[in-house]
Design a protein around this ligand. Sequence first.
Ligand code: 5GP
Length: 217
Amino acid sequence: MTAGGFDGVERRGLMFVLSSPSGAGKTTLSRMLLEREPGLKMSVSATTRAMRPGEVEGRDYFFVDKPKFEKMVDQGELLEWATVFDNLYGTPRAPVEAALSAGQDVLFDIDWQGTQQLHQKASVDVVRVFILPPSAADLEKRLHTRAQDSDEVIRGRMSRATHELSHWAEYDYIVVNQNVDDAFAEVQSILKAERLKRERRTGLTEFVRKLQRQLEK
Ligand code: 5GP
């Protein structure tokens, strides 16, 4: 699991998790990150929920039925999985392992249940970021503007938001998404700083030894 650092120092790939209640802007922030951070690859989850208008199979999710999902669980193909809004969601293991070993960092848009499981399995490699909406009114407005879900589904998501919010303290970083550009800058700073953490930079000893040899000459 080594990634070539931008400065030539090898490092381990990291697993960058963004969680938030639906409608806090996490999907927009994920897209912005993927556009501007070429070393980052999205983990595409499997889900049993119905495809929404505009979603693409294999890009947004792998849409599967319940028996297929259960088979994936039984065969150990999922790194983590959880029930969210009565549907099953899970992270396919193989693409994540392939990306990490190809030296890429992986971005996850998963809920608190999945984040806990990922952290239990790979704590040092997991960076957990929780996105908060600035207010309940803002959250509701975004859910309506998205116009993908019925009023009933939106009410369900609002009530679930209260529950999801209670998990904020299980995350390493909290970003309040008052303004999407500011929130993006904060999330990007977290990623950049985490990439520089000494423990991940497996090539540092060698790099510093080389520097020392050069200095001794
Ligand atoms: P949505 O249906 O709006 O796309 O996603 C609903 C919730 O499921 C979001 O909070 C999202 O983060 C979460 N989710 C999506 N994929 C996964 C996954 O693979 N595992 C887990 N644990 N949660 C997921």
